[in-house]
Each structure stands twice: as structure tokens, then as C-alpha cells.
Design a protein around this ligand. Structure first.
Ligand code: ATP
Length: 246
């Protein structure tokens, strides 16, 4: 996978500056969290990386390649959205094989990839099920398998835990965090839940009003917040982090 760069990206909608001169790098194999309150520009940032939004100013780079004007289907980004429903008219396996099929990957290889990913995610026994018969957590894993099946250059996750109950969320958070680590996936992880980001991500960018207030490791953000906003945001609730003792 390549490293991803947003270089002074600005995106406006009418009078609203959703993303304001944001510069961020996601290193190869890194999971970068983007956190902040509702409306701060997280999703727009992610959509700019995916190619669903074109910046008014600035550039998006995948490795050395300037993809600012490259359409989404040519960026090979894997998407995991809470609202990105699975295809109901296909089995789990067909869902996972769909992306590679569209890319023209031969049937044998598609099958092999899907089998490997379903195994990896611990859902091999669900391969022939219809998605609507699965639990929220199971659907989420299928969503991740489907996104990874295209061998994405970057994995983009937008609030993938929304709608899951708190216990399942905690378990999946740990599992998904480990999985992304093990796979060495380059990922952008958008969430309004600072604890989720702190636990899952290598580094975290805290956004406020379209701007990035601070980027750093969870420990840096937590122990040395750069601004009052960051301090307030990360201390909203007691956090269960390995380095925090209360
Ligand atoms: P949330 O956590 O609520 O999803 P967010 O941090 O992801 O919020 P964005 O969805 O990126 O925030 O929105 C940033 C700002 O841009 C908001 O003020 C929003 O209303 C505005 N915005 C986003 N998309 C559009 C659009 N298509 N048209 C007009 N305004 C938009």
C-alpha cells in the first residue's frame, strides 16, 4: 500500500468551508484516526481521499501519484461505511467477490481471496448466508472483507461501528484494530468517538471547524494536547487506554 497525503486541501459547500487547508499524511501501513465533533469535516476529508469530493484547493496524493482529479473507481480505495449496506441479493461470499469481479479478477483467484479473507475475519462459516440473516457485528466483518477483497491502496472507514451495541463495539474495536495492524493496511478511520480512535489508531488527527488542531499518537494527544479544544475533546470521558492511570 502507498502512503496517502492531503496537501493543503480545502473543500467548500456554498458558504461552508467543510475542510480548511488540511494537510495530513497517512504513512504506509498506518491507521490514522480522524476525530472531532459533528460537522467538523471528518467525512468530507474521507470523501476527498475516496474521490467522491474534489477539493477546491490543494492536492491528494497516493504515494507519488497526484490523484486529485482521478475518479473514485480508479483510486482503488476500500470503503467501509456503516450505511454501506451489503448487497442483499448476494450471499456473503458473493458480496466479498463482487469487487474483484468488477476488476476482472479471474474466478479462481476471486474465490481464493474471498476464502482467505472470510477465514481471517472468522466468518468462513457464514459464506453461504444471506447478509440480512447476519448480526450487525457479522455484517460489519463482511463489510471489511468486501473492502479488503479489492486489495485496496487505502482502506477508508467511516464510523463503521455505528449501530452496534457497546459490548460488541468494544470487542470488534479490539479485533479490527489488531487485524488492521496484522495486515499492515494503510487506513483512514473516521469516528466521533475519541476512545475508539485512541484504541485503534496509530496516530489521531483532531479536527475542529474544518481544521486539524493536532495530529499525534494517542499518547501525545492525551498527554500533551496542543490546544484547549483538544484537551476538552479528549477528556470528555474517562478513557480506558493502556497508558492512562486514573
Ligand atoms: P458528522 O460527525 O456529523 O458526520 P463530520 O465531521 O463528518 O460530521 P462533514 O460531514 O464532513 O462533518 O461536514 C462538514 C461540514 O460541511 C458541515 O457543516 C456540513 O453541513 C457541510 N457539508 C458536508 N457535505 C455537504 C454537502 N454535500 N452540501 C452542503 N454542505 C455539506
Amino acid at each position: 500500500m502507498a502512503d496517502i497525503t492531503l496537501d493543503a486541501v480545502t473543500k467548500r459547500f456554498g458558504d461552508t468551508t467543510a475542510v480548511d487547508a488540511v494537510t495530513l499524511t497517512i504513512d504506509d501501513g498506518e491507521v490514522l484516526g480522524v476525530v472531532g465533533p459533528s460537522g467538523c469535516g471528518k467525512t468530507t476529508t474521507l470523501r476527498t481521499v475516496a474521490g467522491f469530493e474534489t477539493p477546491d484547493e490543494g492536492r491528494v496524493l497516493f504515494g507519488e501519484e497526484d490523484v486529485t482529479h482521478v475518479p473514485p473507481e480508479r483510486r482503488h480505495a476500500g470503503l467501509v461505511f456503516q450505511s454501506y449496506a451489503l448487497f442483499d441479493n448476494m450471499t456473503v461470499r458473493e458480496n466479498v467477490e463482487f469487487g474483484p469481479k468488477m476488476q476482472g479478477v479471474p474466478a479462481d483467484e476471486r474465490r481464493e481471496r474471498a476464502t482467505g479473507l472470510l477465514d481471517l475475519l472468522g466468518i468462513a462459516d457464514l459464506a453461504d448466508r444471506d447478509p440480512q440473516t447476519l448480526s450487525g457485528g457479522q455484517q460489519q466483518r463482511v463489510g471489511v472483507a468486501r473492502a479488503l477483497a479489492i486489495r485496496p491502496r487505502v482502506l477508508l472507514l467511516d464510523e463503521p461501528m455505528t449501530g452496534l451495541d457497546a459490548r460488541l463495539k468494544r470487542r470488534l474495536r479490539d479485533e479490527l484494530g489488531e487485524l488492521l495492524d496484522d495486515l499492515g493496511v494503510t487506513a483512514l478511520y473516521v469516528t466521533h468517538d475519541q476512545e475508539e480512535a485512541m484504541v485503534m489508531c496509530d496516530r489521531v488527527a483532531v479536527m475542529n471547524g474544518g481544521s486539524v488542531e493536532q495530529v499525534g499518537t494517542p499518547r501525545e494527544i492525551y498527554e500533551s494536547p496542543a490546544t484547549e479544544f483538544v484537551a476538552d475533546f479528549v477528556s470528555l470521558e474517562p478513557v480506558d487506554l493502556p497508558f492512562v492511570t486514573r
